[in-house]
Design a protein around this ligand. Structure first.
Ligand code: AVJ
Length: 375
């Protein structure tokens, strides 16, 4: 990996940064780019090669989200079975004022902002609090960000909108500094990370934070296992299509020849690691060719490909994991029925913790990848 401190930030839209829209002027915001199309392409090739040649096949969940995948995810958020989005939104709507009063942020930085849907609730509250000057949505997708930023610039003419195309695993130290920042990591996306990845992410963020900065994290909570499984295996089959969509993405981007219909959607609750796992199970013995990687991948009938983990947390676990990464909980808010939690945390101590994860995460030991071999 190149040293990120030497990576140039190139304004992609061609707008002179010196002529950026100030308060009261709603022009198309210039985008700060730390991640190029070539970086994304390199990562895709490396991730897919590594994941599909591993003994227990796996793919990172980020590749679900092309245009079709993003639309399917949007549909998921409206399914009767999928409670997390509604639960998080209800917390935001009920407590945005408290969050804003606690954070008093001049800058809201949203990690994995996507369409910036949820940002508006926080933006409104921080504006009402009278502190907000700037909004920095961060995402890996420049097209999504550009559209969202343009809309926000029109809706919030008094807020400086500063979209950043970057990867929150690598570029946290390159984000705008100064004032009082509120980092928001919503949607339960942190649940896609395993305990070690969470520790690394939290420690990186901690290292980038000033004492007055705060972070707001959305986490799905442990609950009845059948409610959990149904949220990831809906009767309309939308989540199944979303899961299989990653194969369509590989077909298009890497000239692979997956037949998505030969893979069954599997959602299971892994009790030991406290997470939902989505997998694709090959219904037949088959060999898939991935032309751009010059790679043949064989699947035995029944063999499973791990496509996503979605970790579920307990309030104490969240507190412990935050403490291990150098944070103290300021306040936590839960939705009705304790389905979901938003936690506001602050950096503790004068510097970041050791660059080494602790032995235990929010759920005990960091174990190896689960067995996903077929019968
Ligand atoms: C966007 C990662 C929070 O884990 O619940 C929804 C993605 N996957 N249904 C989640 C997802 C299947 C979602 N996150």
């Amino acid at each position: 990996m190149p040293d990120p401190t030497t990576e140039p930030a190139s304004p992609r839209s061609g707008i002179d940064p010196g002529a950026r829209p100030g308060p009261g002027r709603a022009l198309t915001p210039a985008i700060e780019v730390h991640l190029t199309d070539q970086d994304l392409r390199d990562a895709l090739e490396a991730d897919v090669y590594e994941g599909l040649t591993a003994p227990a096949k796996h793919l990172p969940p980020i590749y679900f989200y092309d245009d079709r995948g993003s639309r399917l995810f949007d549909e998921i958020t409206r399914l009767p079975e999928y409670y997390p989005t509604r639960a998080e939104r209800s917390i935001l709507e009920n407590h945005a004022k408290d969050i804003a009063a606690r954070a008093r942020a001049t800058m809201l930085i949203e990690l994995g902002a996507g369409t910036c849907d949820k940002s508006r609730v926080l933006l409104d509250a921080l504006l009402a609090e009278g502190s907000l000057e700037r909004f920095v949505p961060l995402d890996v997708s420049d097209s999504t960000l550009a559209a969202a930023a343009a809309a926000l610039a029109r809706e919030y003419p008094d807020v400086s909108i500063h979209p950043v195309v970057a990867d929150f695993h690598r570029h946290l130290h390159l984000l705008p500094e100064g004032g009082t920042r509120l980092f928001a990591f919503l949607g339960g996306t942190i649940g896609n990370l395993d305990p070690e990845e969470r520790w690394t992410f939290l420690a990186d963020l901690r290292a980038a934070m000033a004492p007055q900065d705060r972070v707001l994290i959305g986490t799905d909570l442990v609950k009845d296992r059948s409610d959990l499984v149904h949220a990831y295996d809906d009767t309309a089959g939308v989540t199944a299509e979303f899961n299989r969509n990653v194969l369509r993405v590989l077909n298009r981007e890497l000239r692979a020849d997956f037949d998505p219909e030969t893979f069954e959607h599997v959602a299971l609750w892994n009790e030991e690691d406290s997470r939902i796992e989505m997998r694709l199970r090959s219904a037949v013995d088959q060999t898939v060719h991935i032309a751009d990687l010059d790679l043949d991948v064989t699947f035995r009938s029944g063999e499973e490909l791990l496509t996503e983990i979605s970790s579920k947390f307990t309030p104490t676990g969240i507190e412990h994991e935050l403490a291990a990464a150098g944070y103290g909980v300021v306040e936590a808010w839960r939705s009705d029925g304790d389905e979901f939690q938003l936690t506001l945390a602050r950096p503790l101590g004068s510097h970041a913790p050791d660059r080494r994860p602790p032995d235990t995460g929010w759920h005990g030991n960091i174990g190896p990848e689960p067995e996903v071999a077929g019968p």
